[in-house]
Ligand binder design. Structure first.
Ligand code: CUA
Length: 342
């Protein structure tokens, strides 16, 4: 909806109208009660004005009925706002089951994007229309905030952890991307564009480049050059946990706690290996803090995500194909879409 009012960004994602509806409801409620109170002040000032110098007001001893009304009505209104707000919040923050994943690194003062197929971009992100896009975001330095007004999404990107946000663009076009957290001198210049394309145009764009190979294959190369495979391999006895088929699984730690092997877990295990020791293993692994960049960490994660359980007797077949997922439905869908990309 591009209204004549330049104050409002257009609605270009599936959640945009829901955010706006709630926003207008809040404005409407505030406006209604402001006018009601202001109007009554004026009305009562006239209606109950002092009419003679010696006049004394009638004594008032309260009204239970009135008090109950002005407690119950605001309570119900605030509950409506709470439930409505929570449902919009969940829609924005809960990740969809199937999505196109893009890795994002914020840095003073630019946004860097890595696609699973290997394309990299700076301050520009190309995505297809009508498709769930999930952003897995990290920062190399300070806090940044990823903000796309037309999509009504915003998420802080915080040092030392991954943040995620998702959107489904509803219309092709170019939409402003801002950094919404003051991050230094050129904070205001940390801007870019989300370019939403028709599926066919997006395929054409994808086939345009990724000279270095997919993210998973970059990760695999890194995995070997950092000698991770010296310890994390099938035939070693107890030096490092096997990584095949690990992604998304529950891992038992020393002391019996469980952890989910998601991107955040893998990132922490690379940078701070002693934080979570897998049951049955010694804390032998050195830290890779300072040796790998945030972008390389994402490549390693994408590699680990791509390797399924080891096939009996053979080396796990790696990045010839698409990443493998645990959920067969997800895999099927992902494979079919990726098939058309090539
Ligand atoms: Cu990055 Cu402001």
């Amino acid at each position: 909806m591009q209204t004549g009012l330049p104050l409002f960004p257009e609605q270009a994602s599936t959640v945009a109208w829901r955010v706006d509806a709630l926003y207008f409801f809040l404005v409407g409620i505030s406006l209604f009660f402001s006018l009601l109170v202001a109007g009554l002040i004026v009305y009562f000032a006239v209606r109950y004005r002092r009419r003679s110098p010696g006049e004394v007001g009638a004594p008032i001893h309260g009204s239970l009925k009135l008090e109950v009304i002005w407690m119950v009505i605001p309570f119900m209104i605030s509950m409506v706002i709470f439930i409505w707000g929570a449902s919009v919040y969940f829609a924005i923050t809960r990740m969809p089951a199937e999505s196109l994943d893009v890795y994002v690194v914020g840095k003073q003062w630019m946004w860097k994007f890595q696609h699973q197929d290997g394309q990299r971009e700076i301050n520009e992100l190309h995505v297809p229309v009508d498709r769930n896009v999930k952003l897995i975001m990290a920062t190399e330095d300070v806090i940044h905030s990823f903000f796309v007004p037309a999509f009504r999404i915003k998420a802080d990107v915080i040092p030392g952890r991954y943040s995620s946000i998702w959107f489904k663009a509803t219309r092709p076009g170019r939409y402003h991307l801002f950094c919404a957290e003051y991050c230094g001198t050129n904070h205001s210049g940390m801007i870019g564009w989300i370019i939403v394309m028709e599926p066919a145009d997006y395929q054409a764009w994808l086939s345009g480049g990724a000279a270095e190979g997919s993210l998973a294959s970059l990760g695999q190369r890194l995995f070997q050059s950092l000698a991770c495979d010296n310890c994390h391999r099938g035939d070693t006895q107890g030096r490092g946990p096997l990584l095949e088929g690990l992604y998304g699984k529950q891992v038992e730690l020393r002391g019996g706690e469980l952890a989910t092997a998601n991107a955040g877990y893998i990132r922490e295990s690379i940078l701070n290996p002693k934080a979570k020791i897998v049951a049955g293993f010694e804390p032998l692994m050195p830290t890779f803090q300072g040796l790998v960049t945030e972008e390389q960490l994402m490549q390693l994660i994408e590699y680990i995500r791509s390797i399924g359980p080891p096939e009996s007797g053979t080396e796990p077949a790696i990045p010839a194909g698409p990443p493998r997922y645990d959920d067969p439905k997800k895999r099927q869908k992902s494979d079919s879409t990726r098939g058309t990309m090539k």
